[in-house]
Ligand binder design. Structure first.
Ligand SMILES: Cc1ncc(COP(=O)(O)O)c(C=O)c1O
Length: 366
C-alpha cells in the first residue's frame, strides 16, 4: 500500500489552505464551559434575528415528508423566485448555498490551467474553488480604501481568462461596486468571459447607486448568485440560487448533483420569501446596529470601515488576536482578519442587545 497519500493528491488540492469558518458556539462552550444560550456569535454574517417564523413552521411541516427524495429542480421555489425577480424559471438554478452556484459555474466553464480573476481581500472560497479544479487564480487587490479597481480587472484579462468573480458587496470589506463603475466595466469586458456576480449581501445595501449585475443578465455572460443564508436566516439549511441566460443555466444543470437542495430547505426558502415583514425588520435591525456599532467602536479608538453589508471591518490599534481571545473567554465571537494584517477583525452586526454587549465588553477588554 502507498502510505504517502500526499504523493497521490492532485497538485491543485495540495495548494489549498483549508477554509477556517467563524468559531462555532459549541466550540466555545466546550473550551470555556460557557452557557451556550449566552454565547454571542458575531463571526459568520448570519441574521441575528434568526429565520422567519413562517420558515420555521414550514420546516416543522416538512418533518413528515423527509423519507422522500426532494424534487431536485425545486420547481415551486424557482417559480416563486421567478415571480419575484421577473425572470423566467428556466433562467434560475438552485444550489446548496450560493457557494455551490459559484462552484458549478467555475466547473462548467474553466479548464485546468485557465484563469479566474477575483478580488482580494474577498471571500476565501473563490481561491479554494479555483485550485480545486486546477484553474489558475488571478487576484486583483482592492484599492487602499478597499474600493474596486475594475480597470485592473480588465487589464488582467488574457486569452486564458474564463471567469471573473465580483463580490458585491465585498466580504470582508463591506464596500460595493457602484452602478456607473459596473456599466463601464460591462462595456469593456469581452463576451467570452463569464462574470459571476456574488451578491450574497445585496439585500442589506442602503446606497441607491449600487451596481447590481442584474440588468446585464440578458446582455452579457453574467450569472448572479444570491443566497438564503444571510438576510433570510437559513444558513444552516444550505440554499441559494443563480440567475443567468437560459443557455448558461442549461449547462450548469448538467452537473448539478440531482438532490443538491433538500425538501426542507426549499420549503423554508419559499416561506421566507413570503415573509416580507421579517426582511424589513432585519434590514432595520442591521441599519440601526451598523450606526450603533460604528460609533461605539470608533469611540474606543477602533477604526470602522464603511459597510453596505451586515458586518463591519475593523482595524484595532494593536494586534487583534489577544482581544479576540479575551472576548471569546467572555462568550463573544468575532472573526479575525489577520490575513489582512494583525490589527484587522470583522464583526457581524447583531441584535441591539448583542451589539451593546460587544461594545461594553470591548471597552472592558481594551
Ligand atoms: C461573499 C459571500 N458569498 C457567498 C457566501 C456563501 O453563502 P452560502 O451560505 O449561500 O453558500 C458567503 C458566506 O459567508 C459570502 O460571504
Amino acid at each position: 500500500m502507498n502510505k504517502n497519500i500526499e504523493s497521490l493528491v492532485k497538485e491543485g488540492i495540495k495548494k489549498i489552505s483549508p477554509y477556517v469558518p467563524g468559531r462555532p458556539i459549541e466550540e466555545l462552550h466546550r473550551a470555556y464551559g460557557l452557557d451556550i444560550e449566552r454565547i454571542v456569535k458575531l463571526a459568520s454574517n448570519e441574521n441575528p434575528l434568526g429565520a422567519s417564523p413562517k420558515a420555521v413552521e414550514a420546516i416543522k411541516r416538512c418533518a413528515e415528508k423527509i423519507y422522500r427524495y426532494p424534487e431536485g429542480s425545486g420547481y415551486y421555489l424557482k417559480k416563486k423566485i421567478s415571480d419575484l425577480m421577473k425572470y423566467p424559471e428556466n433562467n434560475i438554478i438552485l444550489g446548496s448555498g450560493s457557494s455551490e452556484i459559484i462552484s458549478l459555474t467555475m466547473e462548467t466553464f474553466i479548464n485546468p490551467g485557465e484563469e479566474v480573476i477575483y478580488p482580494t481581500p474577498s471571500f476565501l472560497i473563490y481561491k479554494i474553488l479555483a485550485l480545486k479544479i486546477g484553474a489558475s487564480p488571478v487576484e486583483v487587490p482592492l484599492k487602499e480604501d478597499f474600493s474596486y479597481d475594475l480597470d485592473m480587472f480588465l487589464k488582467k484579462i488574457t486569452s486564458r481568462t474564463r471567469v471573473i468573480i465580483l463580490c458585491n458587496p465585498n466580504n470582508p470589506t463591506g464596500n460595493i461596486i457602484y452602478d456607473d463603475q459596473l456599466a463601464h466595466f460591462m462595456k469593456q469586458v469581452p463576451d467570452n468571459v463569464i462574470i459571476i456576480a456574488d451578491e450574497a449581501y445585496r439585500e442589506y445595501v442602503e446606497a441607491d447607486n449600487f451596481g447590481t449585475a442584474y440588468p446585464y443578465l440578458s446582455k452579457k455572460n453574467v450569472i448572479v448568485a444570491r443566497t438564503f443564508s444571510k438576510i433570510y436566516g437559513l444558513a444552516g439549511l444550505r440554499i441559494g440560487y443563480g440567475i443567468a441566460r437560459r443557455e448558461i443555466i442549461g449547462f450548469l444543470e448538467r452537473i448539478r448533483p440531482p438532490f443538491n437542495t433538500t425538501l426542507t430547505a426549499q420549503e423554508a426558502a419559499l416561506a421566507a420569501l413570503d415573509d416580507e415583514q421579517h426582511v424589513i425588520k432585519s434590514i432595520l435591525n442591521n441599519s440601526e446596529g451598523k450606526h450603533f456599532l460604528s460609533s461605539g467602536l470608533e469611540r474606543l479608538g477602533i477604526k470602522c470601515f464603511p459597510t453596505e453589508a451586515n458586518f463591519i471591518l475593523c482595524r484595532f490599534k494593536e494586534n487583534a488576536a489577544d482581544i479576540i481571545k479575551k472576548l471569546e473567554k467572555r462568550g463573544i465571537i468575532i472573526r479575525s482578519m489577520a490575513g489582512m494584517g494583525p490589527e484587522y477583525a470583522r464583526i457581524t452586526i447583531g441584535t441591539a442587545e448583542e451589539n451593546r454587549l460587544l461594545v461594553e465588553n470591548l471597552s472592558e477588554v481594551l
